[in-house]
Design a protein. Structure first.
Length: 200
């Protein structure tokens, strides 16, 4: 770290730095809170999606117990063919956002498959969409966590390091300048007395 200059110009510069730091601190705190709130919303969305998946699994188990029949080929019946993602800027953090999920249903003969396959296809479509939403939601939470960590580090840098250091520098310069001024007054009085002694 550069050596602190104990001058009036340096004092002015330190006061300007302190003012800047104190102006930046509230905006960093606000951004940190907003990112934290956004992360909480993303976590809530993940919890809802997980709940939806659990409900789908129990619905499939309850409504379609016949799915366990191995003689009916259900492989590749419903599959994801594409996911169109966009990037969303949330307080300076780019997060993935689902635009569209393309799901393809394999052609099957209505008379060649049991009646319950239609309901299974419907539930599988919803489950696949929920799985993708869950993955994207987890990625959003991860990115928001990283952004929150970085902004918290910046906030702490200003709050616990830069502002206290600048205040200490200002105090040190003010003490030095006050001492120098007092010493100047004392020296001038001594010089005046010495002059008076020599003259008188």
């Amino acid at each position: 770290m550069a050596r602190l200059s104990l001058t009036k110009a340096s004092l002015t510069k330190q006061k300007q730095k302190l003012k800047t730091f104190e102006n930046v601190l509230p905006s960093l705190d606000l951004k940190r809170r907003q990112i934290s709130a956004e992360r909480a919303k993303a976590r809530e969305k993940i919890a809802q999606t997980q709940q939806q998946l659990e409900e789908l699994q129990s619905a499939i188990a309850k409504e379609l117990p016949m799915i366990s029949n191995d003689s009916i080929n259900l492989k590749g019946l419903v599959k994801v063919t594409g996911v169109d993602l966009a990037q969303e800027n949330v307080m300076g953090t780019w997060l993935p956002k689902i635009n569209q999920i393309k799901i393809e249903v394999d052609d099957y003969a209505l008379l060649g498959k049991p009646f319950w396959v239609d309901r299974l296809v419907e539930l599988l479509r919803v489950a696949l969409e929920a799985e993708i939403e869950l993955q994207v939601g987890q990625q959003r939470v991860k990115l928001l966590h990283q952004a929150e960590r970085v902004i918290t580090q910046r906030f702490n840098l200003f709050d616990k390091v830069l502002i206290p250091q600048t205040k200490a520098n200002i105090k040190k310069i003010q003490i030095y300048l006050a001492d120098a001024e007092r010493a100047g007054v004392v020296n001038s009085k001594l010089a005046k007395r010495k002059k008076e002694k020599q003259a008188g």
